[in-house]
Design a protein. Structure first.
Length: 233
């Protein structure tokens, strides 16, 4: 199959950046969709790649949080492609709420407290219901992209990562997650399970990806940066 091209699509969310991606192979997978209202932006970037909405074979969410799943329903309507989500994140995606997550550090705790106060004052969102729930490692070749999706829990129970055959990793909020681009990778600051996050990071590191793309950093991290941060020897 053709080597997968990773096309980053940064979406601004106030002072923060959230990333959507196109995985362009024989067909196209949209990986994460940003907040609501981003479908036209993503479709425009798809057109820049010379692809049509009908080329999209799958809308794959690394996890169910609203900043990553907000435009999934609109893209499903525009492309006809199914939405896939990791097992355990279905309720988070549908309701827009996550009661399992805790924060690492004072600033992250303050941010999470603000999010929960805002959610308490507003009605629950009606987010995407997945067409496909992913419970185990799965090839994406059937969707025209030479890559594999793997469960990498820790940020949420259902968090997923994608590993392309060419050696790229796309890990959602397993790394980063604080909303601002950084010069070095670090663990996500919002966590559902510390031990699971540590194991998932070690798994990604063991794959020795040439580039690692996260959910909130506009520039991917190199293998040297990844190993320096998590496996200093």
């Amino acid at each position: 199959m053709a080597e997968v091209k990773v096309v980053p699509i940064p979406v601004k969310m106030g002072p923060m950046t959230v990333m959507a991606y196109l995985l362009v192979g024989e067909r196209v997978i949209v990986l994460d969709t940003g907040v609501a209202g981003q479908a036209e932006r993503i479709l425009g970037r798809l057109a820049d790649e010379g692809r049509a909405a009908t080329d999209v074979s799958l809308i794959l969410l690394t996890h169910g949080h609203r900043d990553h799943a907000g435009s999934a329903d609109a893209l499903r309507e525009a492309t006809g492609a199914p939405i896939a989500l990791g097992a355990g994140d279905e309720e988070k995606a549908a309701s827009g709420r996550d009661t399992e997550m805790h924060a690492r550090g004072v600033l992250a705790w303050a941010g999470l407290s603000m999010i929960r106060r805002r959610q308490a004052r507003s009605p629950a969102a009606h987010g995407p219901v997945p067409d496909l729930v992913i419970e185990a490692e799965r090839s994406l070749r059937d969707y025209g992209v030479d890559a594999t999706v793997v469960p990498t829990p820790g940020h949420t129970r259902g968090s997923l990562s994608v590993l392309t055959a060419a050696g790229d990793a796309l890990v959602g909020d397993l790394l980063g997650g604080g909303g601002r681009s950084r010069t070095a990778p670090r663990r996500g600051v919002f966590v559902s399970d510390e031990a699971a996050m540590e194991a998932s990071i070690r798994y990604v590191l063991s794959q020795r990806p040439r580039r690692t793309y996260t959910g909130h950093d506009e520039t991917p991290f190199t293998l040297e940066q990844l190993t320096s941060a998590f496996d200093p020897r």
